[in-house]
Design a protein around this ligand. Structure first.
Ligand code: F6P
Length: 525
């Protein structure tokens, strides 16, 4: 029996028929305790899910579904190190990276080396080939080897170390790296080549360009040792690239790329914010891990987020979900969560190789508020599509300026209320709106949202926040009975790009390709 045939799923289906007709206005009107009923706190974090289109029965039935899907059993499997990434035969142990004193010896050994590396760069002991201090770090990586540290370094800009600039290069488009190199000094620039596999074409192309740029000034291959660090699971290929073994920081195949911020992949972030702050990031994630492992299902924040996402997707019919941080510093969070959620759960085949009968991961998108209010929020309010939103707000500003933060918070609260409750014809009339304009000015409301409140944005709370979403993704994968930890869907494009690259040269035989690809190749040639 698949999950969608289970009594728990069928009960939810029956219940949804009724709930779909109900407006958030009624749900709030009929339950004065709604906020208390549907909000939870953990270690300073507050999740308010009272503006979701659920009632107490929905909540109970969703929790039944978690039992039917055996979320707890799968959690235990993950913790025990079972190869739950079954298509790659790998365990999923990113929690071990932030387990502190309980981390495996191999993890602690790498953390010690990373700390020493940070100390040496921050303290000025690490010198370039000509004896200069390092002033600029360039992280070259893509996907999970880029998005995490890039997003977190942006998020924690208020904690930025003085005298060291950290840059991120991902795209194979020369327009990414060329303008950066043009303003850097090769004598004081250190490159971190971050690639789990060390085979990713974009990263290796950029790394080769960086190497050539360095050697054009340094002249001598030995300079590579002082200017290149690698972070990879593939020691053989880092050696081939010419990176000294002592400059290679390893991680392990049990760390998925999109779960790797906590590994050596976080080095660029640690350099940006300092080692102590990086440890705080790990501590925040650990706090969420402990909560995820121990909190009962009804209070479990990651499980709650997962169940609500599944409810909105499979029972209310949402095809996308917006992430709306009311924090400019969290501007890159939607992009980070796109990889985390969509690369993990954007799948239609279950663990037994069978098609999944219901939609899985919604399209994740979003931008920082208030900016989005002046662009895409029109659709959220009046576009007629169901788009569940995650609002994220900070009680205290990370860059406190008079008048700013209160306005920002007021907008966040205003938007979630406007989306939930809308404005009906009677209210518009009472406000003096002409009858002829009523149809245009109606706000239907009933747009569900979560609001996550963080006391402040710092390394600790960011660690909590990211681990919260990681575990949400895990729970959803269990609920949909899919493997969240592989990503076969990225392979075909890579293979075809490999075949097409030589065909861009004049006189190539492209007859194996379709007429569209041939036509485009001809135009490009
Ligand atoms: O193409 C997808 C992917 O494999 C991601 O899963 C990964 O984060 C990214 O590429 C980068 O991979 P690597 O760290 O091996 O260069």
């Amino acid at each position: 029996m698949t999950l969608v045939e289970s009594p728990a799923w069928l009960a939810l289906g029956r219940h949804a028929t009724n709930l779909r007709q109900r407006h958030l206005r009624d749900l709030f009107a009929s339950d004065g305790e709604r906020f208390q009923r549907f909000s939870r706190r953990h270690d300073g974090l507050l999740l308010d899910f009272s503006k979701q289109r659920i009632d107490a029965d929905t909540h109970r039935l969703l929790l039944d579904l978690a039992v039917a899907a055996d979320v707890d059993g799968w959690k235990q499997e993950m913790l025990a190190g079972a190869a739950i990434n079954h298509t790659e035969g790998r365990a999923v142990r990113h929690m071990a990276l932030r387990a502190g004193a309980h981390a495996p010896a191999e993890v602690r050994a790498v953390l010690e080396r990373l700390q020493a590396c940070c100390d040496s760069i921050h303290g000025g002991a690490w010198r370039g080939w000509s004896g200069e201090h390092i002033t600029d770090i360039v992280n070259i990586g893509i996907g999970g080897s880029d998005l995490g540290p890039r997003m977190a370094a942006r998020a924690l800009a208020a904690q930025q170390q003085p005298d060291l600039r950290v840059h991120f290069i991902a795209n194979v488009d020369g327009a990414d790296i060329a303008p950066l190199l043009a303003r850097l000094n090769p004598r004081s620039t250190l490159f971190i080549i971050a690639s789990k596999t060390f085979t990713t074409l974009e990263t290796l192309t950029n790394a080769a360009t960086a190497r050539a740029w360095l050697l054009a000034t340094a002249g001598d291959e030995t300079a590579v040792a002082q200017h290149f660090i690698a972070i990879s699971t593939n020691r053989q290929l880092t050696r081939q690239f010419g990176i000294a073994d002592e400059n290679v920081f390893e991680f392990w195949d049990w760390v998925g790329g999109r779960f790797s911020l906590w590994s050596a992949i976080g080095l660029s972030l640690a350099l940006a914010i300092g080692w102590r702050q990086f440890e705080q990031l790990l501590a925040g994630a650990r706090s969420m891990d402990e909560h995820f492992i121990n909190a009962p299902p009804a209070d479990n924040l990651p499980l709650t987020l997962a169940l609500l996402s599944l409810w909105n997707t499979d029972f209310l019919g949402a095809g996308s979900a917006a992430v709306l941080p009311y924090s400019q510093s969290l501007q890159l969070l939607p992009a980070y969560l796109q990889q985390l959620e969509m690369e993990s759960n954007g799948k239609r085949t279950d663990r037994a190789g069978q098609p999944i009968a219901v939609p899985t991961c919604p399209i994740i998108w979003g931008d920082a508020g208030t900016n989005g209010q002046h662009s895409f929020y029109q659709l959220l309010h009046q576009g007629g599509q169901l788009v569940p939103c995650d609002f994220i707000a900070l009680r205290d500003a990370d860059f406190p300026l008079p008048g700013h933060h209160r306005t920002l918070l007021a907008n966040c609260l205003a938007q979630s209320a406007a989306l939930a409750f809308g404005q009906n014809a009677d209210e518009l009339r009472a406000a003096g709106v002409a009858e002829s304009l009523l149809p245009y000015k109606l706000f239907p409301g009933n747009q569900p949202s979560n609001t996550l409140l963080l006391p402040a944005l710092n390394a600790y709370t960011l660690g909590q926040l990211l681990a919260l979403y990681e575990h949400k993704v895990f729970c959803l994968g269990v609920l949909w009975n899919l493997n969240s930890f592989d990503q076969w869907g990225v392979e075909l494009g890579k293979q075809l790009a490999g075949q097409l690259a030589p065909l861009l040269a004049a006189g190539s035989d492209d007859s194996a390709f379709d007429s569209s690809t041939r036509g485009l190749l001809a135009a490009l040639r």
